[in-house]
Design a protein around this ligand. Structure first.
Ligand SMILES: Cc1cc2nc3c(=O)[nH]c(=O)nc-3n(C[C@H](O)[C@H](O)[C@H](O)COP(=O)(O)OP(=O)(O)OC[C@H]3O[C@@H](n4cnc5c(N)ncnc54)[C@H](O)[C@@H]3O)c2cc1C
Length: 376
């Protein structure tokens, strides 16, 4: 029977981040995933390392710490990571007020922002709807990782560099340490970490239920690759994102923006929509998303949501080829007002869930802390 110091359930970014820190610290590590390759939230997202969305303090410093690990790993594992930046565009006076106020406070932290007039926009992004946009805020501290490649490449690299064992197509069915029962047989481990995304029914369901964690469902789309020459460069977002991201939470002017949105953007707010637009390395454009909280079971995709998202996206960006090539749903673990939860259902078992939809941004720093606590 194979025996490891540490077994990890889930080969999404949270599982891989824990495997990285544990293997680097000298532990023998096995990672189990029930799918033939990672296909959960970690490959269904925007690939945004959203430093721009973090409130100063613990949030921002955790995101910065994680970024350093992405920068260390990406060139070795061989996937793309670029400092794309992020453009918040303003189309209403309430949005202008929030961005102006945020730009003042952002000078004092590490957001690296520039407040732009309409005539400045083209220096940062040439495909914006300049006829609709009054100005914007460019934040240089936002990075784009190739999310469709990263999980697979990190797993291959961890195997080669640190001898981490990967068991794909292997469902972990029961844990009673040191024994782990899986669909391909039994294993032994000194400790087990559950990074099972928002799958809370198969292992320790009572502990997850007690923690209050639920899930959030998001709706996403991707265009065909745009013609060569069409380049977005930064992530593009609008006012609906300003009222969602905690980076803006301390702006007094946010109140007026929220009031305006309640009157004018009700269909969007009802579906939890804020629109993010990102270009992928193959030229395609990822556009999302909506948020349905605590649904428990998967809801059907909604064409009404797609229409709302596309309407808002095309008010900000001129797509050369607006045809949609892919539509999908994604899920992540959710707990209101919590960035992450770490629970211990029994001795030797740790469950780690990123609960605010920012596992790409925070995964490596959370995992570093968890592994350090386990080792000391
Ligand atoms: C649409 C969308 C957009 C997002 N955009 C961003 C973004 O731009 N930036 C950002 O920072 N975050 C973003 N997020 C959030 C981020 O993707 C998640 O926080 C992160 O991917 C969670 O990683 P995970 O490893 O916990 O989960 P997952 O990637 O879902 O992985 C969990 C894995 O566990 C496996 N598993 C579960 N149970 C078992 C079992 N019993 N046995 C074996 N295997 C099991 C599953 O097969 C799965 O592969 C987004 C999320 C979504 C859905």
């Amino acid at each position: 029977m194979n025996k490891f110091d540490l077994a990890i359930v889930g080969a999404g970014i949270m599982g891989l981040a824990h495997a990285f820190h544990a293997a680097k610290a000298g532990l023998s590590v096995a990672v189990f995933d029930r799918n033939p390759k990672a296909q959960g939230a970690s490959v269904r997202n925007f690939g945004m390392l959203a430093l721009n969305a973090q409130a100063p303090g613990v949030q921002l410093s955790g995101a910065l710490k994680s970024l350093k690990y992405w920068q260390e790993i990406a060139p070795q594992a061989g996937f793309e990571l670029c400092q794309s930046g992020c453009m918040f565009v303003e189309r209403a006076p309430e949005e202008m007020a929030v961005l102006a106020e945020f730009a003042q406070s952002a000078k004092m932290v590490e957001h690296g922002t520039s407040l732009l007039t309409a005539s400045d926009l083209g220096r940062y992004c040439q495909v914006l709807r300049e006829d609709r946009i009054l100005g914007g805020l460019f934040s240089e501290q936002t990075w784009k990782v190739d999310q469709r490649q990263a999980s697979r490449k990190i797993a291959t690299w961890l195997k080669q560099k640190y001898d981490v064992s990967f068991y794909f197509s292997t469902d972990v069915q029961d844990v009673s340490l040191p024994h782990i029962s899986t669909s391909v047989g039994s294993f032994k481990a000194g400790h087990i970490i559950l990074c099972n995304g928002d799958e809370f029914v198969s292992l320790f369901p009572d502990a997850f239920a007690k923690s209050g964690v639920t899930s959030c469902q998001l709706q996403m789309m991707r265009t065909h690759p745009q013609p060569s020459g069409w380049r977005l460069q930064p992530f593009v977002m609008g006012g609906l994102s300003m009222s969602r991201y905690s980076a803006f939470a301390s702006c007094a002017s946010l109140h007026d923006l929220v009031t305006m949105q309640a009157a004018r953007f009700k269909p969007y707010l009802d579906e939890g929509i804020h629109v993010i637009i990102a270009q992928e390395p193959d030229g395609s454009v990822t556009i999302g998303d909506s948020h349905a909280y605590e649904n428990g079971t998967e809801l059907a995709r909604s064409s009404k949501i797609d229409t709302l998202i596309l309407k808002e996206a095309t008010e900000m960006v001129i797509l050369a080829d607006p045809r949609i090539a892919q539509r999908w749903l994604g899920h992540y673990a959710y707990l209101q007002n919590a960035g992450s939860i770490i629970i211990s259902p029994e001795d030797g078992v740790t469950a780690v869930s990123q609960t605010n939809g920012q596992g790409m941004t925070h995964g490596f720093s959370i995992a570093e802390e968890v592994i350090s606590n386990i080792m000391h």
